[in-house]
Design a protein around this ligand. Structure first.
Ligand code: TEU
Length: 549
């Protein structure tokens, strides 16, 4: 029997604060900017705000490199601003979850400054230090962001591990003092009243201590079999749960690079005492070739539909996932999975219906409600993401042209989803009165919140109406799911049902008109994203939701 929980019924909205709304004119989004938009979020009808990191950070990786876990970065505001935001969300019946980034810290954290001082410093074992081998790094592990995953430190003539940037040294979870520090900082934020955490790369915290070279041929396999799912990962997460998490009515979602459907239940089975749900990355990693995202391989909607089915079957009634098709690391879903040119409105609505009607906690990324798209900057100078910039250097050195590399950035780069939110058609899209830290997408005069708020047929109101409908139709949360095969590969048709209600969701994820096979007797059409009186045919990107009368 599936357990009923608030964090299964409510919908997450992810805010990337740096790009959400700037209140000071310094070109960087901030907490008071979010405070100014709480009524907008309430109007949309989302429930749980997931805020990407706002802690002090040198911003080597835009805040995912934390130098003080118990404070607010001055560029985002003050702790008083944070308290006002949290209270304001709670007053509006919304919740706030924070980003917990504890696989690594910043190299400017006090712990690391002490750790690198000497081999016998009490903080040395807060991080992972190894002597070199044959005049080089301890092994051949590569960073997610290019180059070796080890950096040599002259002072003690040893290497430290950093699976991400050189300024993000991995914490040593083997050390019980590190684990206790983490549990204490979790308690600090939970005692302030937040409603849970999104846990950054949590499956990476347990390292395979042989630190052996890997001969695995692909990025995806290395992530899954070398970096993730280490020997003590469940011991550590369970200890975190027993020590601190279980004492609060909160939600936890683990970001799961490397968590495959075969091990998913170990992290989120409701009797496991670990996490409530996962953001698995199987769909997001589609197209990543052996060399990762900038070594692309073909994929299509059949892969997307396969992954949704496989995870539904793997979770059964005892596990739970979040349903999402983009976030701050992956391209805008309307550009990647929809058609952001001729069918931007229709395909944005179709994707919204998909995210809101599959079984799982829906997660909406900021700007999706106005159909924001990927961005095409023509110069690398306009890009900010460390991952893009690192690989740009690497590829240019390998002889790849700037133009060819930028084509891949246009498709897969993380800055696609980090351009400022487009609030209106004024300068910089109303995001800032200053100069934005990254350019606003030039399409902001046509695509912005003001535009969608004045059009009752807009993407915004489609989300709003679907969110309200979902609240009143809990079968769309807890009901069973079953795909209904169609002749055309361009269709995604499935049913949601329980003993009381039955729904069909019919999606034409293509640029062509399609027919479908379905017995709609006794079903009423509750949602349709395009004007189409010929109900026997689906227009391009047409999405429908039927409910049994
Ligand atoms: O992302 C981890 C992760 O798997 C992604 O970095 C992904 O592999 C990569 O972006 C593909 O392009 C988390 C955070 O979401 C990300 O923003 C951070 O950069 C990273 O961890 C390090 O903290």
């Amino acid at each position: 029997m599936i357990q009923q929980k608030w964090w299964k019924e409510e919908v997450i909205y992810q805010i990337y604060p740096r790009s959400f709304k700037d209140s000071t004119g310094n070109g960087i989004g901030d907490l008071r900017g979010i405070i100014s938009k709480m009524d907008y979020l309430k109007e949309l009808g989302v429930d749980i705000i997931w805020m990407s990191p706002v802690y002090p950070s040198p911003n080597d990786d835009n805040g995912y490199d934390i130098s003080d876990y118990r404070n607010i970065h001055p560029e985002f505001g003050t702790m008083a601003d944070f308290d006002e935001l949290l209270a304001g969300l709670h007053q509006r019946g919304m919740r706030l979850i924070m980003d917990l980034v504890v696989n690594h810290s910043s190299d400017e954290h006090e712990w690391f400054k002490k750790s690198r001082e000497s081999k016998d410093n009490p903080y040395r074992d807060y991080y992972i230090w190894k002597p070199g081998k044959n005049g080089g790094p301890p092994n051949n592990w590569q960073s997610f962001f290019g180059g070796s995953a080890w950096k040599h430190d002259e002072k003690t003539d040893e290497y430290f591990l950093h699976l991400f940037t050189k300024k993000q040294p991995d914490l040593n979870w083997e050390n019980p003092k590190v684990r206790q520090e983490v549990y204490d900082l979790i308690k600090f934020w939970l005692d302030k009243g937040i409603d849970g955490f999104r846990m950054d790369v949590i499956p990476l915290i347990s390292k395979r201590l042989e630190f052996a070279d890997t001969a695995l041929p692909s990025f995806g396999e290395i992530v899954e079999k070398v970096y993730s799912n280490g020997p003590k990962v469940h011991e550590y997460i369970n200890e975190m749960y027993e020590t601190v998490l279980k004492h609060y009515d909160i939600m936890t979602v683990g970001e799961g690079p490397g968590i495959s459907k075969d091990v998913g239940l170990k992290y989120v089975g409701h009797d496991r005492g670990e996490l409530n749900m996962i953001f698995h990355l199987d769909t997001m990693f589609l197209g990543f070739g052996p060399g990762g995202k900038f070594d692309p391989v073909p994929y299509d909607w059949s892969d997307v539909k396969r992954i949704f089915r496989e995870w539904y079957e793997a979770m059964g009634d005892s596990g739970w996932v979040s349903i999402f098709l983009d976030n701050h690391d992956f391209p805008r879903m309307v550009s990647r999975f929809g058609n952001d040119d001729h069918y931007r409105n229709e395909s944005a609505k179709l994707l919204a219906m998909l995210v809101l009607t599959l079984r799982g906690t829906a997660c909406i990324y900021q700007g999706s409600e106005m159909g924001m798209t990927n961005v095409h900057f023509d110069s690398i100078e306009d890009y900010r993401d460390v991952e893009t910039l690192n690989f740009y250097k690497e590829y240019i050195e390998k002889g790849v042209s700037s133009e060819d590399f930028l084509k891949m950035v246009h498709e897969y780069g993380r800055d696609n989803v980090r351009t400022p939110i487009q609030w209106d058609a004024t300068h910089h899209g109303g995001f800032t009165k200053g100069t934005p830290w990254i350019k606003v997408n030039p399409n902001y005069p046509a695509i912005n919140a003001e535009e969608v708020l004045k059009d009752k047929n807009s993407i915004f109101y489609w989300y709003k109406n679907l969110l309200a409908y979902r609240k009143k139709n809990k079968t769309l949360v807890y009901g069973e799911w079953k795909e209904i095969k169609q002749t055309s590969e361009n269709l995604y048709v499935y049913e949601r049902f329980d003993t009381d209600n039955h729904y069909y969701i019919v999606l034409n994820h293509s640029d062509v008109e399609e027919t479908f096979e379905l017995n709609l007797d006794n079903h009423q059409l509750d949602f349709q994203n395009v004007k189409n009186n010929d109900l026997s045919h689906l227009k391009p990107w047409e999405a429908r939701l039927y409910k049994r009368k």
